[in-house]
Design a protein around this ligand. Sequence first.
Ligand code: ZN
Length: 874
Amino acid sequence: QPVYLKDYQPPAFRVTHVELKFDLVPAATRVTAVLHLERHPDGAPGQPLVLDGERLSLKRIAIDGQELGESEYRVDDASLTIPDAPDRLRLETEVEIDPASNTALEGLYLSNGMFCTQCEAQGFRRITFYPDRPDVMATFSTTVIGDSASLPVLLSNGNPVERGELPYGRHFVTWEDPHPKPSYLFALVAGKLEKVEDRFTTMSGREVTLQLWVEPANLEKTDHAMRSLKAAMEWDETTYGREYDLDLFMIVAVDDFNMGAMENKGLNIFNSAAVLTHPQTATDAAFQRVEGVVAHEYFHNWSGNRVTCRDWFQLSLKEGFTVFRDQSFSADMNSAPVKRIEDVSFLRTAQFAEDAGPTAHPVQPDHYIEISNFYTLTIYEKGAEIVRMLRNLLGWETFRKGSDLYFERFDGQAVTIEDFAGCMAEVSGLDLDQFMRWYSQAGTPEIDAHGEYDYARAEYHLTLRQRTPATPGQPDKLPLHIPVRVGLVGTKSGEDLTLTLDGEALGKEGVLHLREEEQTFVFTDVAEAPVPSLLRGFSAPVKLRFPYGREDLAFLLTHDSDGFNRWDAGQRLAMLALDDLIAAHRNGVEKVMDARVVEAFRGLLNEPADDKAVLAEMLTLPSEAYIAEQQPVVDVDAIHAAREFVRQSLATVLRDDFMALYRANRSEAPYAPSAEQIASRRLKNVALAYLMSIEDEEAIELARQQFEADHNMTDVRAALTLLVHSSRSAVADPLLRAFGKKWAHDPLVMDQWFSLQVTRPQADALDRVKYLMEHPAFSLKNPNRVRALIGAFAGQNRVNFHRLDGEGYRLLADVVIALNTLNPEIAARIITPLTRWQRYDETRQSLMKAELERIRAEELSPNVYEVVEKALAE
Ligand code: ZN
């Protein structure tokens, strides 16, 4: 029963104001709602009033104070219908709900004894009867009543306006949110929480109180999130001219949460993993994630809340734009080139895989069964790349004008992706019609490029041919408008040549607008033979092939002026070597290490590094997941063997260089999540990883010392992971046990303890997964635990998940079946590796399909049903 974009109708009724009252009791919470409704001017006349509602037990219903008789309304398992509703009415309902048994973590639920909500996308209908769609925006007034002893803190959106004591040891707080909002931005939190508080003065002088609410034990883990919040508020003012619009901004950390965080108006709710940090418990990556997610949710206050989505097909309107904004913020706070490398790596492995699989969908989908399944890498990451292309096409200043126009014109409205792009077209005068295909066409475009240097004419001819492969439901694709940023690097000078195209001087680099299926660009006055540097900065989310020789890549690796492409040249060079080794492994031929890769690495290790963060990236080989993406048929064992061979060969030949790099980057300075420190730690631990790949005795001792020194979690975790992933269990096991004991009380550290064990390449990994699933710290009901143990195993331990006896697949399918009833949203996400069966050999294909069929035989949630049907569709 899919929903289609083309069927959009304005709502029949709108809500001008809502008064909610919650009487919180774990298994029997009462919700009273007073909705001030009136017919929508654009709605078709005479339609009945239909409100969404699921798992609600209706206790009372009245219109304008008059109780309704049985014949005046109908309730089914998804809605409440009032056939003869007046044009204007005050509808009062009272329902009972059961937060205590809500393991789906959608709507109102309990997490560690604390009440909290997750309403996006359609959780509000599990709280009360309501037109639960984003184009219905109302002001909310919310009274929360709870037991004073167990629920001392009662929070909701907006500002607290009244509080008081009630009989039987209960109390209440009333909150008012003056900004009209859709129901998905509603939030409520109640529990034993404590806060840290800070202030921020906005650019127009508004004093804002900032509060971060956590369980008392976590108070010492809040500094970084608070610092990040203030930085994000300031950045949005200076970069986008966007100011906060309430007197209070709250963040709450909860342990049970399906996603990273949620941008509820004035009351952001966070997965504790995306907000809590401490040098002893969180890695550098976690610190950076917190900074990014705090900013992301804060930025939604404008890109999402003030201007929201008309319907859920427009999800990328807020998510793509907001991801682009948080990526830019993180780039400004840290190493910008490394941020770009990380974002592109993620896109090219995970999003490209999604685009190539059975659940591929456009950034603006045209239908869905379960919207929760569409919080995807395509909507988020590819959506952000589209906004980035717009920024680059328009230039920052014009883009900013378009953004200003968008926020001004649509403030307080629920709009579409076309409305956003329309503002960009209007301020720039650009014709974006063809560009809009980026939103409607699924699949990753592929560009085949080739170039020729005409020495006699001093011309360089660059031909680009584009093609987007078919995706489910979209067999034929039209050409896209693809901005390809290029430079020509002179082979003699080693410098960017000045570009002249069609008589126009472009400077040292230019953007080619590929619009046709095939186009040839002729550069004139090219004085020396160049190596082209293509798609600089990853100017479009495409796969670009060019027949580079190893010499060319080694040349670009040292001479390309574009940092991103320098890194990419290294990755391409490593890929050529890896391809040979994968073939050698499959053919049972002796593996030989490519000397050019060794020399490239030697060069990197011996050049003084002007940017340590980038150097660490350059020294990192493509991941197994990325390598797999490049293969026609994925051979997990050959990929693993080839990559290990490269790591070990490099470590053997360059042992002393890696050792020197390790020693040069040790530091006793107190921990700070600064760009410099993070870069040094990364470099040091990359070096240690190479040395550990050959189980160098001195390296093992250094890893042990690094663990024992216990300086910060980044170093402790890196050392422990390397030891646990080695064959030296005599060294690793006692440390692993000590770590597990020391941190048994801290679930976020235990998640790391789970992950690092189940990602070890040794053959006992699957047994460890089973064993750890029985560990007291593990629970299938907690999404973080599931991701740390099951997600890490199935997603990162490729050799063991894809075992030829099918045990890895069986284990994952068992978990999916269990989660299908407990938490359908997580079930439909964790299943992803099984849906990629087309990419493997026949034996694995049939094993994977058999598990998908076993899942299909269950009584399925819409979430899992939609994914499994797509995965098994021919
Ligand atoms: Zn978001």
